[in-house]
Design a protein around this ligand. Structure first.
Ligand SMILES: [Zn+2]
Length: 131
């Protein structure tokens, strides 16, 4: 499986087998996505340090803005004669619909940005040096 496919499926960046999220959440039930602390397959810890996912907020902001701009461009291209309030309502609806996927993929992108598949953990390096 290619790394991009693993990213889209939310697989662990290290083993590309275990899932990062145990639940995708359901916006109708107001239940957010649930993230595993460690990979269920290789035990890779996803949150590398306290506050690790702070940067994922900026990923989420970028994704959300891209969706909002895409929604606006779609309204303009379709030549819909809407009021400013209606356009803002549609853009807000698009943002709310993609709220949980944005949360999930911003964290997945953040994890993939800093993890290589063949990365060896410092603890593993020390273990290998002892042998
Ligand atoms: Zn894994």
């Amino acid at each position: 499986m290619s790394r991009f496919n693993s990213l889209l499926k939310g697989k662990c960046p290290k083993c590309e087998t275990g899932q990062i999220f145990s639940s995708s959440g359901n916006i109708l039930k107001l239940k957010g996505p649930v993230m595993n602390d460690n990979c269920p397959h290789c035990d890779y810890k996803f949150e590398r340090e306290p506050g690790y996912f702070y940067g994922a907020m900026f990923m989420s902001y970028g994704i959300t803005m891209a969706e909002a701009i895409a929604a606006y461009v779609a309204i303009v291209v379709l030549n819909l004669d809407l009021s400013v309030d209606a356009i803002m309502g549609i853009i807000t609806a698009v943002m709310l619909i993609f709220l949980f996927p944005n949360f999930k993929y911003s964290r997945i992108l953040w994890i993939y940005s800093f993890t290589k598949k063949d990365e060896v953990e410092p603890a593993d390096k020390i273990e290998r040096l002892k042998i």
